[in-house]
Design a protein around this ligand. Structure first.
Ligand code: AVJ
Length: 323
């Protein structure tokens, strides 16, 4: 069998670096300060996230996998997909359940993993190609908030966006992201979306502030990323991890709290930024959803929910929607 198709590239390392410089400059100029969550995932950050998914407190990954394990055939039957396009595909680990069910159903011809990290994408593509030799694997490198409009269109495409990554986008970002998804679907595609659901605050805050401190290390790692990429001198240990449920938005915020008054220099931005003692900077939102809200946001993008699968406890949902 042939090797995976050449990668489509929509985002080169130079563009990524400029984007990061702009995002960090803007975020640190705001009050309160914010950093975008997409810069967590360097090699170390991806490794820490992988550890998070195995923590006893962090239920979303294993719950979504359990739903996929139970419902993979139903998903494959409902989707009837010739092409599976996975957004933010990473290692495509859970996606294998879908690939198996969809190849078994006999409809699937092509897998398009789409991710911002070309190294992870290459590895994942090779692994899928090895295990699914009949499948055309056509990876695309890009940012799902920017490049959906540039992706090649194929008939009967199922777009998958798993892990409740959509929860890391704010409502405006979700609106424009979902409009982009609607665009790649054409008239005969469908959208498979994983969303974490609202639940008692104690469980949510523990899921984002685990006893072993892995999430704290994951949160602080973004400062290492900025130090390395932008020549900054954040004293990582002078910032403490916080996880806070914000009821008016129904999201968990991760923050980094400056433990003392300090000034940070960012060489690549020619910038010095002051932090007060106790000042908190937001590094991530992780929105928790209700069915009505998911349906309303999808409807606003021109998508109607056809299937809604959850685990028995109702912790997490997988929806399938269509134009
Ligand atoms: C995989 C991005 C959805 O928000 O739950 C895990 C990331 N942050 N612990 C999430 C994350 C802190 C995760 N996402």
């Amino acid at each position: 069998p042939e090797t995976p198709g050449a990668m489509g590239v929509h985002l080169d390392p130079g563009a990524l670096a400029r984007q990061m410089a702009d995002d960090v400059r803007d975020g640190l100029a705001r009050s309160p300060k914010v950093l975008p969550p997409k810069y967590f995932y360097d090699g170390r950050g991806s490794e820490l996230f992988d550890q998070i998914t195995r923590l006893p407190e962090y239920y979303p990954t294993r719950t979504e996998r359990a739903i996929l394990e139970t419902q993979a055939r139903a998903v494959a039957a409902a989707a009837g997909a010739e092409t599976l396009l996975e957004l933010g595909s990473g290692t495509s680990e859970k996606t294998r359940l879908l690939l198996e069910a969809m190849t078994e159903a006999g409809t699937l011809r092509r897998f398009v993993p789409f991710d911002v990290d070309p190294v992870v994408l290459e590895e994942a593509s090779l692994a899928v190609h090895t295990d699914f030799p009949g499948l055309a694997v056509e990876p695309e490198v890009g940012d799902f908030e920017k490049h959906l409009g540039e992706l090649p269109r194929h008939p009967r495409t199922a777009v998958a966006f798993l892990g409740s990554t959509i929860g890391n986008l704010d409502p405006d970002q979700r609106r424009s992201f979902l409009a982009g998804v609607r665009g790649v679907l054409g008239e005969d595609g469908c959208f498979l979306l994983g969303t974490d659901l609202v639940k008692p605050v104690e469980r949510l805050e523990r899921a984002y502030d685990d006893a072993a401190g892995v999430t704290a290390a994951f949160n602080q790692n973004v400062l290492h990323v900025i130090n390395r990429s932008l020549g900054a001198d954040f004293d990582v240990d002078a910032f403490a991890h916080r996880a806070v449920w914000v009821p008016e938005h129904e999201w968990v915020e991760m923050r980094l709290e400056s433990l003392r008054e300090q000034t940070v220099r960012l060489e690549a931005l020619d910038l010095e930024v002051r932090f007060a003692a106790g000042e908190q900077m937001r590094t991530e939102i992780s929105t928790k959803f209700r069915r009505e809200g998911v349906e309303a946001e999808l409807a606003a993008a021109g998508l109607r929910v056809e299937e809604w699968w959850t685990d028995p406890a109702g912790d997490f949902a997988l929806s399938l929607s269509r134009p």
